[in-house]
Write a new protein. Structure first.
Length: 368
């Protein structure tokens, strides 16, 4: 199953002029897809649609994307000559908001391709798919999983590549961004590394992967295993994007499937230091040390692996506060800690390289 080439055969984001639909939701936390597309493909973004924040620039709203205008509607956005509309949020449950349908119809009628990460697959919507066929445009549902995924069989334990998995205390703590930044940092250190996307936003950025949360539960570990086996074909280090959290009441099943299916050699723990409880819930976080122990204990029977560093999401702190948070977490956990966006990824890249080199030695000299 070649998921890389099947994804690349769809729309290549880097070849498009993109308008992002984030109506009434354009913010750092509520529009993850919009934020990550702007962070990693800013030169392709021509406008963001959000009638509430219209008249501002993206950088004024989320701190990045200087010069990218926020407009009130698609009619205004069309003046920037887009070729693709990207759905910039994934609403809870992944359903299509009713007030967005006319926007999608207008986009298709104007010849725009659409990329969406919702659980509501646009390509299965008869009205939209027929209209798309009429206008010769592509509807790319990045959350739609491949067919015939296997159950997990522990094949990932046999590959020579080093597998790193980002895990965390909650959703939206920076697992995807951390994985991308670590991949970039490893490449800068002359390592053949690949970002392995397991969610819709990561797929939009990288062009390949499987959205694990859209897979039937029996096959989620097998989907994670499929991604790892694919990524290992020509890479020394695989950085697998984590999802959810073991303490999240809704998404812990996906987290555990990734943990067992990807079979990491090591993990990086992601956390937002100002968040005291699971988002949208009243469940308070256990101490960091307890959460770290939970991950290590649950992966141990399948393949022992340690958390070797902490990545903090300090977007809501001033620089001096962020540095203080890094120091506090390092003291609490005894692990190298940083914010990969603010302070760079080197502090976490170095221990990953150490894990990789030790694995290479074990493979070269079994039993040594």
């Amino acid at each position: 199953m070649d998921i890389f080439h099947s994804m690349q055969g769809n729309l290549k984001v880097t070849e498009q002029k993109i308008v992002i639909l984030a109506e009434e939701s354009f913010s750092v936390l509520e529009s993850k897809a919009a934020t990550v597309l702007i962070r990693y493909h800013a030169r392709n973004i021509v406008a963001v649609i959000d009638s509430i924040k219209a008249g501002k620039s993206a950088s004024e709203v989320i701190g990045i994307g200087e010069g990218i205008p926020v407009v009130a509607n698609l009619h205004e956005a069309m003046s920037y000559n887009p070729t693709l509309l990207a759905v910039g949020i994934a609403p809870p449950g992944g359903k299509l908001p009713l007030n967005w349908r006319p926007v999608l119809v207008e986009a298709i009628s104007n010849g725009l391709h659409i990329v969406s990460g919702m659980h509501h697959f646009l390509s299965d919507d008869v009205g939209l798919s027929n209209l798309a066929a009429k206008h010769g445009v592509i509807l790319w549902d990045v959350r739609k999983p491949p067919e015939n995924l296997p159950i997990g069989t522990c094949q990932a334990s046999g590959i020579s590549s080093t597998i790193i998995l980002t895990v965390g205390s909650d959703c939206r703590t920076g697992k995807m961004v951390t994985a991308i930044e670590l991949t970039n940092g490893l490449r800068s250190a002359d390592k053949k590394a690949i970002f392995c996307a397991t969610g819709q936003n990561g797929i939009m950025v990288s062009g390949w992967g499987i959205a694990i949360d859209a897979v039937i539960s029996d096959f989620t570990a097998g989907a994670a295993e499929t991604i790892v086996l694919q990524g290992a074909r020509d890479n020394d280090v695989l950085v697998v994007e984590g999802q959810g959290s073991l303490v999240h009441p809704g998404y812990s099943g996906v987290t555990l499937s990734l943990l067992h299916g990807s079979q990491p050699d090591a993990m990086i723990f992601c956390h937002q230091p100002t968040r005291m409880q699971v988002a949208r819930h009243t469940i308070k976080f256990p101490p960091l040390g307890e959460m770290i122990n939970q991950y290590e204990a649950l992966v141990y029977p399948i393949k022992p692996a340690k958390i070797i560093g902490v990545s903090l999401n300090t977007f809501d702190l001033m620089s001096d506060q962020a540095l203080e948070a890094v120091e506090l977490v390092e003291a609490e956990t005894g692990l190298p800690t940083t914010d990969v966006i603010r302070f760079g990824s080197e502090k976490l890249v170095n221990p990953i390289i150490d894990v990789s080199e030790k694995k290479d030695l074990r493979d070269a000299f079994p039993g040594a």
